[in-house]
Design a protein around this ligand. Structure first.
Ligand code: ZN
Length: 184
């Protein structure tokens, strides 16, 4: 615990946080989820903590394996929205039961394997996002960047994973192109 988080983008919903555990840095693929140590960093992300809530979650191999299946499932959906098999296989590990309470209906998730809790939650979260706000779930506009984000800006005009990263680079190259053509 307490290790540095190497990811370029955090603070996104849990499903996006899961997708963004893979990124490209200096032309090379990086992956946070190659070990339980990386998983511990991921599980400590504030948005992940808040979406997982009170459930006990362990940074162990079974949880990691389940999350990698969920990540594959999300990647398959991004490549082809009709390719639901891998995402469905993760969702099939849990059953939502409804119960009455003084505050209204309560959903109780029953899992056949508790290690699937973060994976199941991430897949469900993704399907909710693209069901509710499909226009707000986007890939970074930088062709060379593989990060995704969920745009919660008022006007929905976010284009980049971050203004300091890809946004800044795009601005700099536009500026460069302008100065070049001014000189010609
Ligand atoms: Zn980017």
């Amino acid at each position: 615990m307490g290790a540095m988080d190497p990811r370029p983008l955090t603070g996104e919903p849990i499903s996006v946080e899961l997708l963004n555990t893979r990124w490209i840095q200096d032309g090379r693929w990086q992956d946070l989820l190659t070990s339980p140590d990386g998983l511990a960093i991921w599980l400590a992300s504030p948005t992940v903590v808040s979406e997982l809530g009170e459930h006990p979650v362990h940074a162990d191999e079974p949880t990691l394996a389940a999350l990698l299946r969920a990540r594959d499932g999300l990647a398959a959906l991004l490549a082809d929205p009709a390719d639901t098999a891998a995402a469905d296989a993760v969702l099939a590990r849990g059953v939502l039961r409804l119960a009455a309470s003084p505050q209204g209906v309560v959903e109780r998730l029953e899992l056949d394997d508790l290690a699937y809790y973060p994976a199941w939650t991430a897949v469900r979260s993704h399907l909710r996002l693209i069901g509710d706000r499909p226009d707000r779930f986007r890939k970074c506009a930088n062709e060379a960047c593989v990060l995704h984000f969920f745009d919660i800006s008022k006007n929905g005009t976010r284009r980049w994973c971050s203004m300091t990263g890809c946004g800044n680079r795009a601005k700099a190259s536009r500026h460069y192109a302008r100065t070049r053509s001014g000189r010609d």
